[in-house]
Design a protein around this ligand. Structure first.
Ligand SMILES: [Zn+2]
Ligand SMILES: [Zn+2]
Length: 193
C-alpha cells in the first residue's frame, strides 16, 4: 500500500524511511515507497504529471533541446549590466546548472563575450538562447524555457530565491525575496537605498 504525504517539493524528510520526490505540481510528495515506478504512480495520481527529476526543454523551433537533470545549483533574478546586455533582458531570471546536468543536443551556435569569460549558446535556426556559460563554467538557463516546458508556468520548486546585483537594476521589484546589492555574500537592499 502506498503511503504519501504532501509537502513542499524541495523539503527533505527527517523521518526515517521517508524521502522527497520532486514533481510537477506545486506540492511534492513524501512517501515510503521504495521503487521509482510507484514514485511515478503516486506523483501522477496527485498532480497528473511525471516526476520532474529530468526535464527536456526546447527552443522555439524545436531544433535544439536541453535536458535538465536533478537539482540546479542556484535560482536567481540577476539585475547586473552584463546579463542585461548579454541576454537582452532587463532582468535575467534563470537557474544555474553544472554542465553535466544541463545537457544540450542539436545545432547550437556559441557566441563568446568579446571581453568577459562567458558565452551564450543559441539555436542556429531560430536564434533563441538555450543557456549561457558563466566564468564558473555553470550553464545559466533562462526561466522562459523552463516555463514553456511546464505549460507556461514556472514550477514552484524552480522559482528564483533571490535578486542579485540589485544595485544595478533598471526595474524596481516588490517581493519578499532577499535583494543583494551585489553578490549573495554582500549587503542586502533596504528600502530607501
Ligand atoms: Zn530553434
Ligand atoms: Zn548578471
Amino acid at each position: 500500500m502506498l503511503r504519501a504525504l504532501a509537502l513542499p517539493c524541495n523539503s527533505k524528510s527527517r523521518a526515517a524511511g521517508w524521502r522527497s520526490v520532486a514533481c510537477k505540481g506545486e506540492r511534492g510528495l513524501m512517501q515510503r515507497s521504495d521503487t521509482a515506478r510507484s514514485d511515478m504512480f503516486a506523483c501522477a495520481q496527485i498532480h497528473g504529471g511525471a516526476v520532474n527529476e529530468s526535464r527536456k526543454l526546447a527552443c522555439l523551433c524545436g531544433a535544439v533541446t536541453i535536458d535538465l537533470i536533478g537539482e540546479p545549483a542556484a535560482l536567481a533574478n540577476c539585475h547586473c549590466g552584463t546579463c542585461r546586455d548579454f541576454y537582452g533582458t532587463s532582468i535575467l531570471s534563470a537557474s544555474a546548472w553544472p554542465a553535466d546536468r544541463a545537457v544540450a543536443s542539436g545545432a547550437l551556435q556559441v557566441f563568446q563575450h568579446p571581453h568577459k569569460q562567458m558565452s551564450r549558446a543559441f539555436c542556429a535556426t531560430c536564434g533563441e538562447t538555450l543557456f549561457g556559460t558563466n566564468r564558473l563554467g555553470m550553464r545559466v538557463v533562462p526561466n522562459s524555457l523552463l516555463a514553456r516546458a511546464h505549460d507556461g508556468t514556472l514550477p514552484a520548486e524552480r522559482q528564483p530565491t533571490m535578486h542579485l546585483f540589485y544595485r544595478h537594476r533598471v526595474i524596481d521589484v516588490i517581493d519578499a525575496l532577499p535583494k543583494y546589492l551585489d553578490g549573495w555574500d554582500g549587503p542586502v537592499f533596504e528600502a530607501g537605498n
